[in-house]
Design a protein around this ligand. Structure first.
Ligand code: GLC
Length: 560
């Protein structure tokens, strides 16, 4: 690793959900032109890297996570030339680019899947996927009892070229997302070549989608007790290290794949990061993916799932740091992304945890409380050692839009569960940039189309324009915190680990180095601040030396 810039170890990474960030051409869908036009905003925010959700040609059955061509850009987002320009213009501003790669499945429109449909059972074309005969009379039943993350069976039956009902194929997500067979050499070679294609074009890293579920048990055995659909992705119960979770989660052989990816990534100059999307509830098992010859980093979803509670948060932080230390990997901290309920909303409810199986959609909600807590959570997260993700719109304090009409919802999670699961559209509503009515500057003036999801009228107070230069706004809190995080050597240095400071029940307080402390009050009474020199930043105005409930503060301590 000597000589490789390990920028990902302490980076602040901004997640651009491409469809909803900024629309440059007026079709109501965000695109690369829109991102290029807003690079100065991102530079000014103070982030180090951008992670862009999939930009490839796609029928958009799962918002681009169904890829039809891994080496091009969907025309709705722009062109390869736009991608090259974006990479270059970001680099000019010192911003790195991370792209999403989806290795578990492709689109049913991908040439390989189309060739598989046209070919015979047991053909080389079909062996790149998981085709199997059905069970029961006439093979009418799926080959096993696995369910899709998006609801319904994980199998779909095809019509053979001769017109007869034929084999079934496996799709852990939507039927339009057939799973690749990673035991197939061509599949492995192809995805390695895709990785090289983008690293050659200058991207600084890849986010590996659904990274822990690539390898399947080839027996495709029934599972004794199938987990409820969305829960397979994030099993709620803790499982001992040794117990298999599911015949496709964290299987033997998976680590070998990432060791190969790592060899390629590290052969490029300048530091190219492999970042895994790994939903595994057992921290030690999760950390195996972060051994020195595997991924550089992975998303820490246990932090995202954790309740707004001092004991639970401290345990999660300690467990995370303890799991990462032995493998020498940096921890990462995530509060929100494009798959989960926005944290302003989560923190405004009685149950502040996140679980795919229970989103608490429609439960009583106190948005003001959620916003207070989100402000405090920002200061907590940005002071922890490691890398940190900011999901677009969290810097504006956006909440989950829960009252979207059914007719505009696009998420297959909503449609395949027949609305039992509200799905993820509510955290994907296009960003408000300026002005007092929709599209709030998301699309250019005179745009032909409305934003692909309607924005709430009340977002007029949340636009970048409305919040800029308002010292009490969420945006200015993020700007100040990201700037300080960049300038405070203790916050960026791995030589300054987190050290807890004794605090009253319900209060989290820790130091980084001798001169920096962060205090978060999760109790229901004001607490006194520890001795300090000055207040660097607070999420809420201080009352003398008292920190209000659900507020956080960054302090400069007396020099020692
Ligand atoms: C990941 C993505 C999610 C997508 C799924 C299938 O979990 O974050 O948005 O639907 O994989 O690709």
């Amino acid at each position: 690793m000597a000589g490789i810039a390990q920028w990902w170890r302490d980076a602040a990474i901004y997640q651009v959900y491409l469809r909803s960030f900024a629309d440059g051409d007026g079709d109501g869908i965000g695109d690369l032109r829109g991102v290029r036009d807003r690079l100065d905003y991102l530079a000014d925010l103070g982030i180090d890297a951008i992670w862009l959700t999939p930009w490839y040609p796609s029928p958009m059955a799962d918002a681009g996570y169904d890829i039809a061509d891994y080496r091009d850009i969907d025309p709705v987002f722009g062109s390869l030339a736009d991608a090259d320009a974006l990479i270059a213009e970001a680099h000019q501003r010192g911003i790195r680019i991370i792209i999403d790669v989806v290795p578990n499945h492709c689109s049913d429109q991908h040439p390989w899947f189309q060739a598989a449909l046209a070919a015979a059972p047991r053909s080389p074309e079909r062996s790149r996927f998981w085709f199997r005969p059905g069970r029961g009379p006439g093979g009418d039943l799926p080959p096993n009892n696995w369910v899709s993350h998006f609801g319904g069976p994980a199998w779909t039956r095809v019509t053979e070229p001769d017109g007869r009902p034929g084999q079934w194929y496996l799709h852990l997500f939507a039927p339009q997302q057939p799973d690749f067979n990673w035991d197939n050499t061509e599949v492995r070679e192809e995805l390695l070549s895709v990785l090289r294609f983008w690293l050659d074009r200058g991207v600084d890293g890849v986010r590996i989608d659904s990274a822990a579920i690539l390898v399947k048990d080839p027996f495709l055995a029934d599972v004794e007790q199938e987990l409820p659909p969305q829960n397979v992705h994030a099993p709620a119960q803790q499982t001992p290290d040794t117990q298999p979770l599911h015949p496709y989660i964290d299987r033997d052989g998976i680590h070998e794949i990432y060791r190969e990816w790592r060899r390629i990534a590290d052969s490029y100059p300048g530091g190219r990061a492999l970042i895994g999307e790994i939903w595994l509830p057992e921290p030690r098992r999760f950390a195996l993916y972060l051994r020195p010859n595997e991924m550089h980093s992975a998303f820490n979803f246990e932090f995202l799932r954790c309740a707004w509670d001092a004991v639970a948060l401290r345990r999660t932080i300690d467990d995370t740091l303890a799991a990462h230390a032995p493998v020498g990997a940096p921890a990462s901290w995530v509060l929100s992304n494009h798959d989960v309920t926005r944290h302003v909303t989560r923190y405004g409810r009685a149950d502040t945890t996140f679980d795919f199986a229970e989103r608490h959609h429609g439960d009583p909600l106190d948005l003001e409380l959620g916003t207070r807590r989100a402000r405090a959570a920002a200061l907590l997260t940005l002071a922890l050692p490691g890398s940190v993700y900011v999901y677009q719109g969290e810097e504006l304090g956006l909440w989950e839009v829960e009252d979207l009409p059914d007719a505009v919802r696009q998420d297959p999670m909503f449609h395949r569960t027949r609305g039992a699961d509200p799905g993820r559209d509510g955290c994907r509503v296009p960003l408000p940039w300026s002005g007092t009515s929709a599209p709030f500057g998301f699309s250019p003036a005179g745009a032909a189309a409305q934003p692909w999801l309607p924005q709430p009228a009340t977002w007029s107070d949340c636009t970048v324009e409305a919040q800029s230069e308002d010292p009490t706004s969420m945006l200015e809190l993020y700007r100040a915190a990201l700037r300080l995080r960049r300038d405070q050597p203790a916050l960026r240095s791995e030589r300054e680990p987190l050290r807890w400071i004794a605090a009253e029940p319900g209060v989290l307080a820790f130091r980084r180095g001798d001169e920096f402390a962060c205090v978060i009050n999760l109790s229901d009474a004001p607490v006194e601040l520890p001795e300090h020199d000055s207040v660097l930043l607070s999420s809420d105005p201080l009352q003398g030396d008292l920190l209000a409930p659900d507020a956080a503060v960054w302090l400069r301590l007396r020099g020692r």
